[in-house]
Design a binder for this molecule. Structure first.
Ligand SMILES: Nc1nc2c(ncn2[C@@H]2O[C@H](COP(=O)(O)OP(=O)(O)OP(=O)(O)O)[C@@H](O)[C@H]2O)c(=O)[nH]1
Ligand SMILES: [Mg+2]
Length: 205
């Protein structure tokens, strides 16, 4: 019996598949207080359908969840967000969004495992929800950039005032973004990549 030799089945490349040239994968965490736009950012920038773990906020959480400033919010992340973005043919970022509510912060331990850097999203209406977040990153020694998510109702402050209010060292970059915009969210991740690169170039102190 005569068999034809088998041929590789080559279908159309799915957007979910990484190019074979992808050589480096970097884990990045997106952190920030409740309702600052973490899930929105991961969803906007991800090239694969993002994994989200959003649950509807119910009356039972009304006493626990401080929704001041985000009264229209109806769902919250209870475990994590996950997305992916290829920066170029070789470098891929895996994005892990954390839950914003403090009662889920115990999940951070796993989410931070192996993370090279973090984006701290802040909303200028509620800067105080970011204080603990930044403190936790500093305790862990995870380098981060701060991205100010510009909600229309949020007041705008000069960067040096924001830096002082968040008690940030001079070298930590602060950028503005619209978490709903793919380009803007991508720019935030690029700022983080540049910062991480600059740290590797800095002379050891
Ligand atoms: N106007 C405006 N709305 C935004 C922006 N980013 C997020 N939102 C809205 O703000 C709400 C909160 O966004 P989420 O992405 O759920 O925030 P989160 O930080 O993931 O929230 P938790 O997971 O509950 O901590 C959603 O209704 C978004 O549509 C923004 O840049 N501008
Ligand atoms: Mg979320």
């Amino acid at each position: 019996m005569d068999f034809r030799s088998s041929e590789a089945v080559v279908g159309p490349q799915s957007a979910d598949m990484l190019p074979s040239s992808a050589a480096t994968a970097v884990k990045v965490v997106i952190v920030g207080g409740f309702g600052v736009g973490k899930t929105t950012l991961v969803g906007a920038v991800s090239e694969i359908r993002p994994l989200t773990t959003e649950e509807t906020m119910t009356q039972a959480g009304a006493d626990v969840d401080d929704t001041a400033g985000v009264e229209r919010k109806t769902a919250t992340t209870v475990a994590m967000d996950f997305g992916r973005i290829s920066v170029n043919d070789e470098l891929v970022l895996y994005l892990f969004g954390t839950p914003g509510q403090q009662r889920f912060w115990f999940l951070w331990n796993g989410l931070f495992e192996g993370a090279l850097g973090a984006v701290v999203l802040v909303d200028t209406r509620r800067l105080e929800v970011s204080f603990d977040v930044i403190g936790r990153l500093e305790d862990r020694g995870v380098p981060f950039v701060v991205a100010v998510n510009t909600f229309p109702e949020s007041p705008s402050y000069p960067l040096d005032e924001l830096r002082a209010a968040l008690d940030l060292p001079d070298e930590v970059p602060i950028v503005q973004c619209d978490a709903r915009s793919r380009e803007s969210s991508r720019d935030v991740l690029m700022a983080l990549m540049r910062y991480l690169y600059s740290l590797t170039m800095a002379p050891a102190s």
